[in-house]
Structure formats: C-alpha cells, structure tokens
Design a protein around this ligand. Structure first.
Ligand code: HBI
Length: 363
C-alpha cells in the first residue's frame, strides 16, 4: 500500500473537540490517527478553535454551518456570509496540488457540488442517512459521475438513499486501546450522546423512572430548552448528568454501567457511542432503527426493541443478565478496531485513486 498525502475536510458545524460535530469528530480523529500511523501524510482542515493533541490541524475562520438534521426536507441550502464551509473549501482549492486525495467528512452540499471543479479526487464519507432533498440530489450526482467515491457507515444508512447500491459501506472503528474492558459493573445504566431532540433521551429517562434503576447521562447539552423540559417532566427520575467527558474519562464511567440505552428518533448511521460501549464490555439496549440493527447481536451483546417503545426498553433492561460482556468486547475487537477500519479506508482510497488517477492541475 503506497503512502498518500491526504487532506481531511472536517465538519463545518463546530470546531473539532467542541462536541458540536457529534460522532463525526471521533470518526475523523480515529481515521486520521490510523492513517498517520500507517505512514501516510495528512492535514486536517477544520473551523477555527479546533484542537487536537496529536493531529495536524489547519484552522479556518468563518461562520459555522447550521446542522443538517435541524432542517426540513425541502429547505434550501443556506450559506452564511463569511461561511467557514466556503472558506475551508477555498483553502482546499488552493492547496489541492499537494495532495493525492481529499477526504470530505462534512454532510453538506458545497463539497459535493465542488467535486467536479477539483483536480484532486475527493472521497466523501457521508455520516448520516437521507435528510434533505438537496443533499440526496447532490450526493447522487457525485455517486453517478464519480463512482465509488461515496462512502457510508452502514447498510441501513445507505438504504435511506435511492442510490444505496452506489454507496460503499465502511462501517466504523476506534482505537480500542483507549477503552478498558469492565467485567463487574455497577447497577446503573448509561445514555451517551448529544442531548438534542433527534436523540430521544426522554425515553431513557422514562425507563429509568419506571425501573427505578439510576441512569448516568453523558454528552453535550446541545439543546438546552429540550433538556430543561425533560428535567421538569421527570423531576424524580433517578438520573445524573455527568457532562461532556473526554474519551478517557467517559470510557472509565461508561464501563461501570450495566448497559447503554440508545434511543434514536432518526436513522442513526453508525453511532460511535455504541462501539465505545461494546469496547468497554457494555451491552446495548436500542431501538430497532438505523445502524444499531447492524451492530447488536440479539440476546448476546444487547437487545433491539420496538422503536419509541419505553416499555420495550424496560423489558430489555430486565433481561440484561442474558447478555455477555466478554462477547461485547470481542465484537469490538473483531470488527471495530481502528486497524480493521484502517484497512477498509485504505482499500477505499486505493480503489478511488486507481480508478480515477489524479488529474495533474494544468501547468
Ligand atoms: N450538519 N450541515 C451539517 N454538516 C455536518 O457535517 C454535520 C451536520 N449535522 C450532524 C453532523 N455533521 C454529525 O454530527 C453527524 O454526521 C455525526
């Protein structure tokens, strides 16, 4: 496998490390670490304020992009004045000749629209399922004109698009050495993620109230009014908000939990939090929706329940003794290790570059 010069384009909805970018922050960092470890050269382009202990970041100023999941299907594309997204891609245009491949991690229209205007090939890692008509349309355009350059995480995510067969499934992965296996947990449950309506945390709180089993909550409170309403609606639920913790602290506390409740209201592509839980030996109780249906080994590494059914969550919680924490860790090591992910990414890059050799910018 030759070594490549890679330019990673981050999400424009928040600085890397802020938590605003959700799972894609962790995905980008994990892949970048592994590509560097394998001898590739790499620079990450991200909004001003992005931080990373070990990754080379080029910070770009400008106004953040609005999160796509807050838009309705027919909403037009909004590009604010001094858009950080536009500024990031103007930078990419200027430096593209130094790179063999650009990898786009943003779920945004502009990078996809600009693809034919670039000489350097662009690989798009699409991090969510179908959300808006404009995104569906532009992704399909790129899938048709640049076959093999549209990557997704899972089959259920791909299935939300009419062009599922043109999407390459990359699954996901993370650095398992950061996650300690815990065989003897406490009695409490966990919920991890951005606290926002599409994540459905109110159902996990309701299940904690019904079962009386304490629920520890980790993640960025992205929608404050939403969180405050839940606290008002369930004043005596046994919940404890633990904050938005860095991976090292999160995995320490998450490993102590009996199970992770995953309550997505939408098609979550491939929630990183589920992989993190498995890596700590924590079984998953999740709605039968999105990427979790491809992750949970029913009855062994968790349970899939009727979507939006709190009663379903409660029944699964009472069956937790059937699950096997060692099997959870084993599943993470087999499929979600960062080296398994690195192999899938390098193969993807190789396939793109051998099928669409770099067009040397006209001298
Ligand atoms: N919205 N506009 C936009 N762009 C993104 O890159 C983006 C987003 N919403 C959510 C998101 N990325 C990530 O949190 C998920 O893809 C994981």
């Amino acid at each position: 496998m030759p070594n490549y010069n890679l330019l990673f384009m981050s999400t424009p909805i928040g600085a890397l490390g802020s938590g605003l970018g959700g799972g894609v922050e962790l995905t980008l960092s994990n892949i970048a670490q592994e590509m560097l470890r394998r001898g590739n050269k790499l620079e990450i382009v991200a909004p001003f304020g992005s931080v990373s202990s070990s990754l080379p970041i080029r910070e770009i100023p400008g106004e953040l992009q609005i999160p796509a999941q807050n838009q309705n299907r027919t909403e037009p594309i909004f590009i604010p004045k001094n858009s950080v997204l536009a500024n990031m891609w103007d930078y990419a245009r200027q430096v593209q000749a130094n790179y063999d491949l650009i990898v786009n991690f943003a779920y945004d229209w502009l990078p996809l629209y600009l693809t034919p205007f670039f000489n350097t090939p662009i690989a798009h890692l699409i991090s969510m399922g179908s959300l808006t008509d404009t995104m569906d349309h532009i992704i399909e355009q790129v899938a048709n004109h640049f076959p093999g350059t549209i990557g997704v995480h899972g089959k259920t995510q791909a299935a939300t698009f009419t062009f599922a067969d043109k999407c390459r499934c990359l699954v996901n992965g993370m650095d398992l050495s950061l996650y300690q296996f815990c065989s003897q947990p406490g009695s409490h449950l966990a919920w991890v993620g951005r606290i926002a309506p599409e994540k459905g945390i109110e159902d996990a709180v309701a299940a904690a109230k019904i079962t009386g089993i304490p629920l520890k909550i980790f993640g960025l409170i992205q929608d404050v009014p939403y969180w405050e309403k839940i606290c008002q609606d369930y004043p005596d639920a046994p919940i404890e908000y633990r904050g938005f913790l860095p991976t090292h602290e999160l995995q320490q506390e998450l490993g102590q939990c009996r199970a992770l409740l995953v309550t997505p209201r939408w098609i979550e592509a491939y929630p990183n939090v589920a992989l993190e839980a498995l890596a700590c030996g924590v079984p998953l109780i999740s709605y039968r929706r999105g990427g979790l249906t491809e992750i949970v080994q029913e009855g062994k590494t968790g349970f899939l329940v009727e979507p939006d059914s709190v009663q379903g969550l409660v029944e699964a919680i009472h069956r937790l003794d059937e699950t096997d924490r060692q099997a959870c860790r084993q599943q993470a090591e087999t499929t979600y290790s960062v080296s398994a992910m690195g192999d899938r990414m390098e193969q993807w890059f190789e396939d793109i570059l051998t099928h669409s050799p770099k067009l040397k910018a006209q001298a």
